[in-house]
Design a protein around this ligand. Structure first.
Ligand SMILES: [Zn+2]
Length: 621
């Protein structure tokens, strides 16, 4: 079993050996070369393959064809496609003494802002991924212009930062972000000079980086808010893309072993008090280290940290980190945070890191629990953000305070304006995976995936209204009948059994919650697998110290109460999952009646500007 396109590292290998013109003829050309040059049996012998049970598809293999996820992807793509390139490049051109037309970006982005020029790389990365998914030539052209425009600002010593402040206050943080942009531009948008510019950026950064990774609490360190510990993931990526072991060695240098990965690998919970997003992103560096180096301590660190986050740091949405920090477990601090802050989850950045980590763990373990978590975070956090505004105002914090409203971050162009396009583009690669014997279906959303089954081209077409409906259908198109497994994630939130049918006829397969059900047969073209996941209401308490402070859930969706009176902050609203009913008037709208008062519940992602309350007091049974 292998994807029609190549998996990540094969793709990078092949793009180095083909001309840019040929690359731009489409991913099909690269894929064809890869298929001939890297037989499955050979790849299975590599150490790296042994570390992965599942393999990702390329962005270009998966197409979202509608639904809430597809619609958001289209809106975010259009929004970032519309950004003014002169303005994005202005701080870099000004520092280089080049003509710099256009208005200042404002906010964090300006030369003396909090994060000068910082999100340029992530915007390029998001656009490159959107190009790979959609094939839109205007997006490819925009990526190429931005990379060339940026490349023209590097000086003879490869200094590239937009200001002295950027190179002294956030040298590593800014480098990490430009690297992912350049690497993705080369890999997904065929911008041939991007890799060389990435190498030069590292060269120009070395003198500003500290000798090792520093935690924020360690002193002395170079700069308070710099985040060296997030660097290795992208330095490993650069090492693979360039085939230069020097970058791999540099990546190893910034792995934060002593204070973070080593204790985590031993099961010691060092999370409390740490900055939440950057430390989940650093776990992605550990995951990449495991993939590249094969040291099991990194896998242990990631698995243990995941369990610690899931069991004691997570809101019902799957988000974490009130006021951007992990809390001390067992003290009821999540429950207390509900009325102490409005900054409960740094949503675009946090969901980006969480989604990446969930995909790494799916690849390493093939355990459906990580897919459950990916679904939960996507539907209940990032899908619910307000659309970005053209002037750089973006949604930042999900607010679980009683009587909350969705807002934009006050400052323009914060970190979350960079991760928004990346995490949304990544919906595609979280939807399907492949193994040697089948295709794994992880997200239920209208989509198609191109793959090859025993060298036979195939396509899986998913048709669904999920999560408005609780059913989905997977139709197979295949050039010749072929035996393989379709693996379907059976969500952990199910309270009654999933129902599976092939071509309308019920089948009897193991389908326990939190596993992938395997439907193995000789599939013919137009065969279809139908699955029903019976949704039900259930309650999720915030923590052990507040057992009655509960979020109402409907299948995978976190519901919030609308039009909630402001007095809620003093006297919690009461409701129970058993008291909820679907309304006939509109899908995904629910009602609960309490003492003649009607409460209306909708999924968090459906909230626009209404006042809403996430946690309610669970009524006694
Ligand atoms: Zn952010």
């Amino acid at each position: 079993m292998r994807p029609q396109r190549l998996k990540e590292q094969d793709h990078m290998r092949s793009t180095r050996t083909i001309s840019r013109r040929r690359f731009l003829q489409g991913m099909g050309a690269a894929a064809a070369m890869g298929r001939q040059s890297i037989p499955t049996s050979l790849r299975a012998q590599t150490g790296r393959s042994r570390r992965e049970k599942l393999f990702p598809f390329a962005y270009s293999d998966v197409k979202l064809t509608g639904g809430a996820l597809g619609a958001q992807l289209d809106r975010i793509h259009a929004s970032y496609q519309g950004l003014d390139e002169d303005r994005l490049l202005k701080v870099y051109r000004q520092r280089a003494g080049l003509p710099a037309p256009g208005e200042d970006m404002g906010g964090w982005y300006d030369a003396e802002g909090f994060g000068p020029g910082q999100v340029l790389g992530q915007i390029i990365s998001g656009l490159a991924r959107f190009y790979s998914e959609t094939g839109n030539p205007a997006t490819q052209a925009k990526v190429e212009r931005l990379v060339k425009g940026f490349g023209a600002t590097l000086d003879a010593q490869d200094y590239w930062y937009p200001s002295l402040k950027a190179s002294t206050a956030s040298a590593a943080y800014t480098l990490d972000k430009i690297l992912i942009g350049l690497l993705d531009a080369g890999r997904f948008a065929g911008v041939s000079q991007a890799l060389e510019i990435a190498r030069r950026c590292v060269n120009g950064s070395i003198r500003y980086l500290p000798p090792r990774a520093y935690e924020r609490f360690e002193a002395p360190k170079q700069a308070v808010y710099d985040e060296t510990y997030t660097l290795p993931e992208n330095l490993f990526y650069l090492g693979e893309a360039s085939n230069d072991p020097a970058f791999r060695e540099l990546a190893k240098k910034y792995l934060m072993d002593a204070t973070y990965f080593d204790p985590l690998s031993r099961g010691e919970n060092v999370l409390p008090g740490l900055h939440a997003y950057s430390h989940v992103n650093a776990l992605c560096s550990a995951a990449r280290a495991y993939l590249v180096l094969g040291e099991s301590k990194y896998l242990e660190a990631v698995r243990n940290a995941w369990d610690m986050i899931e069991s004691a740091q997570s809101f019902a949405s799957g988000g974490w980190g009130p006021n951007e920090e992990f809390v001390a477990p067992g003290k009821g601090l999540l429950g207390e945070s509900l009325t102490k802050t409005h900054a409960h989850f740094e949503t675009p950045c946090g969901s980006y890191a969480h989604s990446k980590l969930a995909r790494y763990l799916l690849r390493f373990t093939a355990e459906a629990r990580y897919g459950d978590s990916l679904e939960r975070v996507i539907y209940n956090t990032i899908l619910g953000v307000k659309d970005p505004q053209a002037d750089g105002h973006v949604f930042y914090y999900s607010d679980y305070h009683p009587a909350a409203q969705k807002t934009y971050m006050q400052e323009k162009w914060p970190c979350c304006s960079g991760t928004t396009p990346q995490v949304v583009a990544d919906y595609a690669i979280g939807s399907y995976f492949w193994s040697e014997d089948g295709i794994y279906v992880n997200l239920f959303t209208p989509s198609e995936v191109n793959c090859r089954v025993q060298r036979v081209p195939a396509k899986i077409i998913q048709t669904t209204n999920y999560p408005e409906s609780d059913t989905t259908e997977l139709r197979v198109e295949i050039a010749a009948p072929c035996e393989f497994s379709l693996y379907v994630r059976i969500p952990g939130w199910l309270k009654s059994p999933a129902q599976l049918a092939v071509n309308g006829k019920s089948i009897d397969v193991e389908a326990a919650p939190r596993t992938f059900a395997a439907v193995r047969r000789r599939w013919q073209t137009n065969d279809a697998l139908q699955i029903r996941f019976p949704f039900s209401f259930w309650g999720l308490p915030i923590d052990e110290q507040h057992p009655n402070l509960t979020a109402m859930m409907w299948g995978p969706l976190m519901l919030v109460a609308l039009d909630s009176p402001l007095v809620l902050a003093k006297k919690p609203m009461e409701a129970s999952p058993a008291g909820l009913r679907a309304t006939a008037s509109s899908p995904l709208t629910f009602e609960a009646t309490r003492e003649a008062e009607k409460l209306r519940f909708v999924p968090f992602y459906r909230v626009r500007d209404e006042v809403y309350t996430t946690y309610v007091q669970q009524q006694p049974a």
